[in-house]
Write a protein that binds this ligand. Structure first.
Ligand SMILES: [Fe+2]
Length: 350
């Protein structure tokens, strides 16, 4: 192999050294790029057994606890040092046992909770009690006070969906613990936000925030999904029957940085390949299928009920429902609202 060093220009070498000594760099100097994100699947069996064990060994408010939360976090193999699921999202699975409270706090990053198991525990957000039932989606925008209390006799489990890595990247992290107790007082009547932010509502001049705490009920979401699937009306060739959780204030993305969706793949359905510059984290609510990656479908993520998986940005992907009899349902979040707002969104269809 040719020795390139003998051809190195001593003046260029000296310049490079002088640049480094002054904390400068030349465009001609190579830099180490970030590790590419990998498609990945986290089986529910592994998540759940670790979460159950954490219920035995991690005491809320004790050693090993952080911010009075007991969660198992999904980590992309490329982001081990950052402890992040994607460059924009942290997805964690939280466990609150009977009689426990995850204490009240607020932070600049946005949060969503997708409920996997709960007999009726509740979150209090901005003074409003919201009962958590399986399949419900709760949103708590940045700087909304929130705490979670389980007064039932069954452990509650949900997905925490946070734009924490994005906030950290922007160095815009701030947080506060509620000073007046472990939980905040309930100051609003039941159903307050659903009435306040319904399609018939008080004059919008009175709305101060761009995002509000809200709860989307599964018992209302599922019938819409089933009715549209039966009617062929909203079939999307790339995603099956796809519903978006719209922001109750704007009708736009669920939160300014996180879009949440739920989709149904009809029995035997295979979607078409596409790719886009936003990423998505999926959670299989029901059924079993496989998500193929790559134009040649050279990687497969076979998923079953409650599994979580990640499709990185700009990766070709398509979904297949492996059952010929039962529909499959996927919940997902995407950073498309951020990518689109910044003008970085591109999509290619195959
Ligand atoms: Fe929080």
């Amino acid at each position: 192999m040719a020795d390139t060093t003998e051809h190195a220009d001593p003046r260029l070498e000296a310049l490079n050294e002088r640049l480094a000594a002054n904390s400068l760099s030349g465009h001609w100097q190579r830099r180490e790029g970030p590790r590419p994100l990998q498609p990945y699947l986290w089986p529910w069996s592994a998540i759940h057994s670790c979460l159950e064990e954490s219920g035995e060994v991690v005491v809320l408010g004790g050693a090993g606890d952080a911010a009075a939360r007991r969660t198992v976090q999904l980590i992309n193999p490329a982001l081990g040092a950052q402890k992040a699921t994607t460059r924009t999202f942290q997805v964690s699975i939280q466990l609150v046992k009977p009689g426990e409270s995850a204490e009240c706090h607020r932070h600049t990053f946005n949060a969503m909770r997708f409920v996997v198991q709960s007999k009726g525990m509740y979150t209090t957000a901005e003074g409003e009690q919201m009962i958590m039932e399986p399949g419900d989606l709760l949103i708590q925008p940045g700087w909304a006070w929130h705490d979670h209390t389980n007064l039932t006799d069954e452990a509650a489990i949900w997905l925490d969906l946070l734009d924490h890595p994005l906030t950290r990247y922007l160095d815009s992290m701030a947080s506060e613990v509620y000073a007046e107790g472990a939980t905040q007082p309930i100051t609003k009547p039941d159903g307050y936000s659903r009435r306040r932010f319904g399609t018939v509502r008080p004059n919008s001049d009175a709305v101060e925030n761009k995002a509000v705490a809200f709860c989307y009920k599964w018992k209302e979401t599922l019938p819409v999904l089933e009715a549209l699937a039966a009617g062929e009306e909203s079939n999307n060739p790339f995603d099956g029957v796809l519903l978006e959780y719209t922001n109750p204030l704007t009708g736009g993305p669920t939160l300014p940085t996180i879009g949440a969706s739920v989709q149904m793949l009809r029995p035997g359905e295979t979607t078409r390949l596409h790719r886009h510059t936003s990423c998505a984290v999926y959670h299989a609510v029901r059924g079993q299928g496989v998500t193929f990656l790559g134009k040649a479908r050279d990687k497969e993520l076979p998923w079953g009920e409650k599994d979580c998986f990640f499709v990185p940005p700009w990766h070709w992907h398509q979904h297949r429902n492996l059952s010929s009899r039962e529909p499959a349902i996927l919940f997902s979040i995407t950073d498309r609202p951020t990518v689109q707002t910044l003008g970085f969104f591109r999509e290619e269809k195959y």
